[in-house]
Design a protein around this ligand. Structure first.
Ligand code: ARG
Length: 269
């Protein structure tokens, strides 16, 4: 009884103190009682409510993540935002080299990676992946009129890729390290192609479409080089976050929000 009274007295004292503060401070200090039911339902059970989650990405991959002025935007950003919103968490984005994303997660410097990242066996031994939220296709970009018309024609040619991506890994395996030139960004590889320094670029289809639309004289081969699944990566064993992400992905799929996000960034051909 006495204890309860003391707690009540403290609460009253705090409320009195807060009353003197700015209104925004009052709002953030008293979220529980002021939450609407919907908010409570969305954020209530989440172990991550009120936390800031750090997303590692490489914002050189339109339309999944790219710079728009000072902002990082794209499909993955919107998905991550929607996931965090469901959890009642804040989203913070760290933009790093693509092949630093997994090490950053392993080192606890990021909570998850969202970067149009393909699920591969090798990566699965380093991080845990969420359920997949999109499919990707590795495409081949060549100059218009190129003699490269099929995947086989790539043999002996100089192929540009973004370092550490599946395009890099597959091309190195299939055509030999010496025939693969690695660039920090996909756009750099495309620039080298425009300048005639390399013969082809292997990159995911959606960014390929963006890069081809931004540069004259390039085409995408009709044959796909490889099909893949994109997923969000978390630290191995972080099932709490993984389960929360999977639950959000499922609800974003079911509500149609996922499709809406994709439609916002990908204009139908
Ligand atoms: N899907 C490819 C991979 O996982 C390329 C992803 C590149 N993403 C990026 N944000 N640069 O290797």
């Amino acid at each position: 009884m006495k204890k309860n009274f003391a707690a009540l007295a403290l609460a009253v004292a705090m409320a009195a103190t807060l009353a003197g503060c700015s209104s925004s401070a009052t709002e953030t200090e008293a979220p529980e009682t002021e939450n609407t039911e919907a908010e409570a339902e969305a954020a209530g059970d989440s172990a991550f409510a009120g936390q800031t989650l750090i997303m590692a990405t490489n914002a050189e991959f339109p339309p999944y993540e790219y710079h728009d002025g000072n902002e990082i935007v794209g499909i993955d950003v919107d998905i991550a935002r929607a996931i965090c919103e469901e959890m009642g968490a804040e989203l913070e984005i760290t933009d790093i080299a693509f092949d630093s994303i997994i090490p950053e997660i392993q080192a606890d410097k990021a909570d998850f990676g969202a970067a149009g990242m393909t699920v591969t066996e090798d990566r699965q031994s380093q991080v845990d992946f969420s359920d997949t939220y999109a499919t990707g296709v590795q495409s081949v970009i060549v100059p218009e009129g190129s003699e490269i018309q099929t995947i086989e024609d790539l043999s002996g040619k100089l192929i540009g890729v973004q370092q550490g991506t599946t395009g890099d890994i597959y091309a190195s395996d299939d055509f030999g390290d010496e025939n693969v030139q690695r660039f920090p960004k996909g756009a750099d590889a495309v620039q080298a192609l425009v300048n005639g320094k390399i013969d082809a670029v292997i990159i995911d289809n959606k960014p390929a479409q963006v890069f081809v639309s931004e540069n004259e004289g390039l085409v995408i081969l009709e044959t796909a080089y490889a099909e893949e699944e994109y997923a969000i990566a978390v630290k191995k064993g972080n099932t709490e976050l993984l389960d929360a992400i999977n639950a959000s992905i499922a609800s974003l799929k079911e509500s149609g929000t996922l499709d809406e996000i994709v439609a916002k960034y990908v204009t139908a051909e």
